[in-house]
Ligand binder design. Structure first.
Ligand code: NAD
Length: 470
């Protein structure tokens, strides 16, 4: 494992082989019955202890997260780690809220009730951009629901997932309930996604790989949940607070060095505000502190790998050929790490690569719009549908944007905040199903209808629809 800021080795990691995946799935299967059969209060107690231990391990988790991802330490300290701890804590509580809707005599002759049961063994595959949060978002609702888990973290960033598993053991989670297999996507990930012994596959990562994962799971008819790529629109109406929109665009575009699936990537701005918006964002971008992610003064760390920086740089270099104007940035910084200056590209064509494809770097592209219909049309002119924001002081515009923009989350006058109680998940090429909140707990539960005869009669009324006694 390499520190993306320095190129130095952070840790040596054993790579699982497909045989290890079989062993991990078998271990999860063996542990399932007892964990699913534990009372909600028992499961909740273990998860609450895990939240406490994770909170106490904050400094370790921050150090690991920063050294494996290169994310700025301020972000890890104020967002990744406390957000993860809060999420664990939320699911400790949610574990005790597995309710059915009603129990009643709908037929007159039976009592019907609903049972919510753990789906079973859950295979989880996660990306490198928020390793701890992505693991928590998948593993915790599964554990709260009574499932057992085999997780494969991204090969670039396994450290905090392994620490989470160690803390879970310390919290009293029984052996075999939470299994980690490290290794590459093409072999270990593929073996896990297509494993006949799991009951569900849940994935966060790119749209292309997510579709492969879904195909592999479909071979066995397994339930899937996919959290995939994004290309979030950031729509600024002409009555917006321009200063708030500029600051929001900078924070929304540069969070996690732009390696965020919900990042603001397409600024779609009312023509009257467009020039001032571009000038304002360009000015703040040019002042952003890029450098050592361990330094609390640093705003922007490196991209995850040199190959990823080359991909980002290539897309920026091709933009002028498609009509885009690089206002600021477009510059790689020398050094062992793969640093890249915040980049603003204005006047991009709707057909251009930088406008249509996920870049996953500190790059914001901008276009203007003529009227509200045009703004909503441009916002929705994408295959993705993960997140979006609308900036306006007009309540009717805000309501229209929240109703008509096709995305799993629409922020009004903000972009990025998430909260444990509310769901995260996309539409279209951004996937389906929810992480976080009570909604994600539902992903890991099967609903069973139990219908009990209350007449005690051998000769039931409805039998005559099938046979008459002779
Ligand atoms: P990726 O798709 O390359 O990899 C994700 C995971 O899949 C990794 O663990 C990888 O090893 C594994 N993998 C690769 N090939 C596989 C295969 N054939 N079978 C099974 N597993 C395989 O994504 P990434 O580069 O790690 O992460 C960036 C992507 O993740 C971006 O597209 C981003 O938008 C997306 N993302 C989405 C969300 C969300 O909530 N929607 C959150 C974070 C990241």
């Amino acid at each position: 494992m390499i520190n993306p800021a320095t190129g130095e080795t952070v840790a040596d990691m054993a790579l699982a082989q497909p045989g290890d995946v079989d062993a991990a799935v078998a271990s999860a299967r063996a542990a399932l019955r007892d964990w699913a059969g534990a009372t909600p209060a028992e499961r909740s107690a273990v998860l609450a202890k895990l939240a406490k231990l994770a909170d106490e391990a904050t400094d370790v988790l921050i150090a690991e997260e920063v050294s494996q991802t290169g994310k700025p330490v301020r972000l890890a300290r104020e967002f990744d780690v406390p957000g993860s701890v809060d999420n664990i804590d939320f699911f400790a509580g949610a574990a005790r809220h597995l309710e059915g809707k009603a129990s009643a005599e709908y037929s007159g002759d039976h009592t019907s009730s609903i049972r919510r049961e753990a789906v079973g063994v859950v295979a989880t595959i996660t990306p490198w951009n928020y390793p701890l949060q992505m693991a928590v978002w998948k593993v915790l609702p599964a554990l709260a629901a009574g499932c057992s888990v085999v997780i494969k973290p991204a090969e670039l960033t396994p450290l905090t997932t392994l620490t989470l598993a160690r803390l879970a053991t310390e919290a009293g989670l029984p052996d075999g309930v939470f299994n980690v297999v490290t290794g590459a996507g093409g072999d270990v990930g593929a073996a896990l996604a297509g494993h006949p012994g799991v009951d569900m596959v849940t994935f966060t990562g790119s749209t292309a790989v997510g579709r492969r994962v879904m195909l592999a799971a479909a071979e066995h008819g397994h339930r899937t949940q996919l959290e995939l790529g994004g290309k979030a629109p950031f729509v600024v109406f002409d009555d917006a607070d321009l200063d708030a929109a500029i600051q929001g665009a900078v924070a929304g575009a540069l969070i996690n060095t732009g390696q965020d699936c919900t990042a603001a990537t397409r600024a779609i701005v009312a023509r009257d505000l467009y020039d001032d918006f571009v000038a304002g964002v360009g000015e703040v971008f040019s002042k952003v502190a890029v450098g050592d992610p361990h330094d609390p003064e640093t705003d922007l760390g490196p991209l995850i790998t040199a190959a990823h920086r080359n991909k980002v740089a290539g897309m920026v270099e091709r933009a002028p050929g498609e009509g885009g104007r690089v206002v600021t940035g477009g510059v790689a910084i020398d050094g062992p790490g793969s640093f890249y200056r915040p980049t603003l590209i204005a006047d991009v064509a709707e057909s251009s690569e930088v406008y249509r494809e996920e870049i996953f770097g500190p790059v914001l592209v901008a276009r203007s719009f003529t009227d509200d219909d045009d703004a909503i049309r441009q916002a929705n002119d994408t295959q993705y549908g993960l997140a979006a924001s609308a900036w306006t002081r007009d309540v009717y515009r805000a309501q229209r944007a929240s109703r008509e923009i096709h995305a799993g989350c629409v922020w009004i006058n903000d972009h990025i905040p998430i909260i444990s109680e509310m769901p995260h998940g996309g539409f279209g090429a951004s996937g389906f199903g929810k992480d976080m909140s009570q909604y994600s707990l539902e992903e890991y539960l099967s609903i069973k209808h139990v219908m009990s005869d209350i007449t005690g009669a051998a000769d039931k009324d409805w039998h005559r629809t099938v046979f008459t006694k002779r």
